[in-house]
Design a protein around this ligand. Sequence first.
Ligand SMILES: [Zn+2]
Length: 429
Amino acid sequence: MRQLLLIFFTLGITSLLFAQTSFIHCGNLITMEKGEPITLSKKTVVVVANKIDRIEDGFLTATKDITLVDLKNATVLPGLIDCHVHIEWEQSKTTYTEKFTLNLEDIAFRSAIYAKRTLDKGFTTVRDLGGQGVNIALRNAINNGWAVGPRIYTAGRILSITGGHGDGTTGARHDLFDPPPNAEDGIADGPDACRTAVRTQFKRGADCIKVCATGGVISLARDGSLPHYAYDELETIVQTARDLGMPVAAHAHGDEGIRRAILAGVNSIEHGTYMSDSTMDLMISHKTWYVPTLTAAWAVADSARLSKGFFPEVVRLKALEIGPKIEGTLKRAYKKGVPIVFGTDAGVYPHGKNNLEFAFMARAGMSNRDILRSATVNAASLLGWSDKIGTIEKGKFADMIAVENDPMVDMKTMEKVIWVMKDGKVIGN
Ligand SMILES: [Zn+2]
């Protein structure tokens, strides 16, 4: 026994001795400590294994066994967090026929490409809000080192009413999907089925629940904004999820659906297009996060206007109607003080263009400080991961990025991330 203990002890010491140490020389450093983007100059971030060990003044001299990263001409920030992506798919002219042509295995290989692309652009963590379950497998694969991508926090499958935004069989020949999808697939009507749907996602390993509280743009249903779930259904979903330790994100465009979702206790409203002033007040009093997804709003409106045949007609009309409105909603919500989290709906537009959201948020009137907070500390708080990510501080995961200029002065610089570290490992070059 004593011998065994000795071996364990020795192994412990050895792994400590061999933990890779890196010195990151930062010309500018924004740690986001206490949530404030203060630009510090000439700092060294010391990384040991996959964690931030400490921050020192000036540029420390590295000995041979220490990896040195020279970012003396750059600004280093915490890794970015996109709280609304769909890592499994990407909208294209063939999206609506893919359910007849792609197997889950195909989707899995493709999603690994999207994950890497997202990480390369500086998003070291994403909240995936719905797919077919490949998202859960991809999260596990990345955590196991079988694939390279951001930390994934995922909803698994979307919860939706029959014929709602998450019902992929809407618009298809009836006999092709017979029997129709059920609660285990995320299509649930009535509180009992809603309970089963939440518990099924829990069983499969989802981190959170995504519910479609109203219609949506890219589903083949004619409605894009009416309330879809009754209050008792939403309440059941939130309560069941809460019992199992899972937060709930609500996709919602119309005001009534948004209102019901907030009252039922969801943690975030996604899109929020037609949110009224009184509903914004409700967001504030319930401390519900708003995730606007401006990049997707811009992309769907643009594709609907410029690319003939990109969308089926039923989708095109909704895209033209809903897309352009979200920026105005964010403008009002921000002025009122609704808490905002960065999320882009990547997948609705090509993965890897997530960084466009920074400029869209700036155009909607958000200050540089609040934009940076939305993509770091606020996002970490929504995920319940404030102790792990969102700032560059001792003990946090070594997830960091670098951009050319100081984003507090030049937000455009966020569109070109020049260096990414995730979990203490440098990604790409
Ligand atoms: Zn979405």
